[in-house]
Every structure is written in C-alpha cells, then in structure tokens.
Design a protein around this ligand. Structure first.
Ligand SMILES: Cc1ccc([C@@H]2N[C@@H](C)[C@@H](O)[C@H]2O)cc1
Length: 449
C-alpha cells in the first residue's frame, strides 16, 4: 500500500466510549436553517426547482438580492426548547445544525465575518440557545459546517493562479478561525458534520485539513468527524488512496441507503435524508413525493439493521416555525418509537439471512434479536434462518406480552413462526431471545443433486 502522510490514521472502527455512544444513537435530526428560508425557494413569482438552500446559485436569483436577504432575517417564532422537545418526542438521540451553509451566512456571532446573525434585525446568537435546549433534553449536538463559502472573498473552487493561492491562504485561515471559534463557544459539541469539500482547491489541502482535525480534537478530545472532511495526499476523499476510510464514520449516504452490509464496508456510517425528494432548507412549495412516516421508519430500521444511523432533516421557515408536514411526521415517528425504541437504540447488524418480511436488528446490550416486520406474507408465516447453531428460548411480540410465538424448526438453523390473521396496522417488532452458545446440530440430510 502507499505510504500516505495524510491518509487514514486508523483502520477499522473507533472503539472509544464517545464513538460507542454515537454508534448506538439510531435516530438523529438534521436542521437546515439560514437566510435561504426567507425566499423559501421562490423569487419574483417563480419557483426554484432545485434545493431551496441552493437558490443563490439559480439564474432567477440576482446575487445582490440574495446577499442582502440577511437584513430581513428576524425569526420571531424561533423557539429552541420547542424544537428540542419535538425532537425528543420523535425519539432523536442527536441533532446536527447548520452553523454555516454554502452561502457563508453564520448563525452564530463570528469574530471573523460581518455576514452573521449579529447584523440582522434578529441580532442574537441562534446556535447557542439551540445547543442549550437540546443538551437540556439529553439530545447530543453536532455542528454542520460548509467549507465551501460563497461569501468569503478568498474562497476558490480551483487554484489556477498565484493570486488564487494567496487568496485561498486567507480563506484557509478564516476557516480554521471559525472552526476553533465554534468549538470554543459550544464546548458540548460532540462532533462536526462537514460539507462543501468537493472542490479541487480543497482537495489539495491534505496537510492543512489533517492538522486542523488534530487541532480541533485537542480542543474537544474525542470529537467525532465524518469522512467528508479530509482529502488525502492525492486528493482522494472519504477513502484514501489505499481504500481506507478517513474519518470516524462514512458520510457517503446522502438521500440514499446501502442495500447490503457489504455496501457499508463494515464501517460506521450515517444516512442523512430529506422528507421531500430533495429539499434541505425550507421550500414553500414542496413538489413531488413527500415521504410518509412508514417509509421513513423503514429507512430508519434498514439503517440500524446495517449498523448505521438515520438522520432526518427538518427545515424551519423564515419565522423559525416548523411546517405542518414535518410536525406530523415527528409525531407519527415518535409514536412508533415510543413503543419500539428497544429495536433501535443500542442496536445494530446481525448476519442472519435477510428475509422479505423486513429487517433484523440485534440489541448490543441484551443480545436479543428484533424482527421488524413490514411485509406480512399471504400465508402469515415468517421464516427465520440463523447463521449459526442457537437454542431459541422465547419469541414474543414486543408490544403484546400475551403473544408468544412457537417456532417450528424446518431444517438446519431454519425456523418458521405463524402470525395471527390480523393485518399489520404498523411495523411490528417480534423479539427473539436465544442462547448463543447452546445450539445443537440436528442431523438434517442435504439432498444429492
Ligand atoms: C450537489 C450537492 C451539493 C451539496 C448538497 C448539500 N448537502 C446536504 C447535506 C445539504 O446541505 C445540501 O445543500 C447537496 C447536493
């Protein structure tokens, strides 16, 4: 393999307590909020078809007009504790907030730019009260930070000239200053979620990014940083030139999910997901498919079954209100989570054969396996094929103690259980208690073909 000065510094998963805590979250909340919520995807009577937080890049939005919107930012309904309570009700264990998106507007009072909340009619820090409110609800806070910054004069996507290079040095210093400032102001931050790191200019900054990550971890030991931050010595991102993950978890699953465990390369990972097809910031006119709570619960369960976290995005409007669709989904997901959280929190992958009826998650604390059933077969029979000899102890409905299932062993390490006739009104969790050690091998004969 290649000798890399700035490639992956660790092979395999982090095993420290802070990362174990991250690994056991299951469900997170993303919040995308900024001045892009003011136009909300609309301008001069026209609707921007792209993601609302990218409206500044739209030909229908004059840059000058966008860059003065901050003078209207005055979210009178912003209520951090209401947001935190709603996230708690949904069952989120962590929250990622956009401190600065690609437009460069800072939701905290930054010493290093005037393009921040202090120069808006609102005038106050947005981030601090949110961190406090979420900490008070026991929900860990992570900070989203876009390296790409359309507002900073030193930003370059490509370093073509000497002028570019000297300007970019000022931008790098600015970026370092802002990140250290954020960690200084919000020391309960558990990690950073970087974005906007695909440009050629940044891909040349292996040493700078590596040193900055080290410096940030000196400020907050154990800080969790995903794979979207650093480029390696050859400009490779996420995976270095030897194919090793750079960062504490893979940040490659944006609006998509892995299909199999192999797709995850055995790494920690998160999936960040929008409720409409592709809107992170507030868009007043959601077109196309808006995901239902069952769709989102299935994505959550699938993520946990493949050792990932599922992070659902919310986009407050210009006043700081959460839109009705998001409120409804937070409530519906919360109702399911309140009854089934033991199949999500502290759970992960088990290598039993995937079945059509749904997903397995294994509780890392109890060792119990959860069958999360989404698709009830027409014969109401659920098949279980384990990967090793086990001795089943008890199979029961998580939410109905009277419902015990009597497994029928039909071949080596293969069992079936019979569901009742009732239709599934919601995803059902069936718990399998078993003794990992005592499996005995019965003499099932293989066919000769
Ligand atoms: C092509 C593209 C660039 C940036 C994004 C940003 N990453 C998401 C997490 C949002 O912040 C979105 O604006 C999405 C697509």
């Amino acid at each position: 393999s290649l000798a890399l000065a700035h490639g992956a510094h660790r092979l395999g998963k982090r095993t420290d307590p802070m990362m174990e805590r991250w690994r056991n979250y299951g469900l997170g909340q993303f919040i995308h909020w900024g001045v892009y919520a003011i136009p909300g995807g609309q301008w001069n009577g026209a609707s921007y078809g792209g993601a609302a937080e990218w409206i500044r890049s739209w030909k229908g939005m004059p840059k000058e007009a966008y860059d003065n919107l901050y003078k209207e930012f005055d979210p009178e309904n912003y209520d951090p504790s209401a947001l935190a309570k709603q996230a708690k009700e949904m069952g989120a264990k962590y929250m990622i907030i956009t401190t600065k998106h690609h437009d460069g507007f800072c939701l905290w009072p930054s010493e290093y730019t005037d393009y921040d909340v202090t120069n808006t009619p609102y005038g106050k820090d947005i981030i601090g009260p949110l961190v406090e409110a979420y900490d008070a609800e026991g929900i860990d806070v992570y900070l989203y930070f876009s390296v790409m910054d359309w507002n900073h004069p030193g930003y370059r996507s490509v370093l073509a000239t000497e002028e570019d290079r000297s300007a970019y040095e000022s931008f790098k210093e600015f970026t370092r200053n802002q990140l250290l400032e954020l960690l200084e102001r919000y020391p309960t931050t558990k990690g950073l979620w970087f974005d906007g790191t695909w440009d050629e200019a940044w891909k040349e900054q292996a040493e700078f990014a590596d040193n900055l990550a080290t410096e940030m971890r000196k400020k907050i030991p154990g800080l969790i940083i995903g794979s979207r931050f650093r480029p390696d010595d050859y400009g490779n991102r996420h995976f270095d030139s030897n194919g090793d993950l750079m960062g504490d978890y893979e940040q490659g699953w944006e609006r998509k999910l892995p299909e199999t465990y192999e797709d995850t390369n055995g790494n920690d990972w998160d999936c960040v997901m929008t409720i409409p097809e592709n809107q992170w910031g507030y868009h007043s006119d959601w077109r196309g498919h808006v995901k239902t709570s069952y769709e989102l619960i299935e994505m959550l369960v699938k993520s946990v079954s493949l050792d990932g976290n599922f992070v659902l995005n919310f986009g407050p409007d210009a006043k700081g209100d959460i839109r009705m669709e998001e409120k409804k989904l937070a409530t519906e997901i919360g109702q399911w989570m309140s009854k089934n959280k033991s199949a999500i929190y502290n759970c992960g992958h088990i290598d039993w054969e995937k079945q059509d009826w749904g997903y397995y998650t294994q509780n890392r604390v109890t060792g119990e396996v959860n069958m999360v059933v989404f698709n009830k077969p027409i014969n109401s029979v659920l098949r279980i094929k384990t990967s090793s000899k086990i001795s089943l102890q008890k199979i029961y409905d998580l939410n109905d103690a009277t419902k015990i299932y009597d497994p029928e062993e039909i071949s080596q390490d293969e069992y079936i259980i019979q569901l009742g006739d009732e239709e599934l009104a919601e995803p059902k969790v069936i718990v399998i208690k078993y003794d990992h050690s005592k499996g005995e091998t019965k003499g099932y004969e293989k066919a000769k073909t």
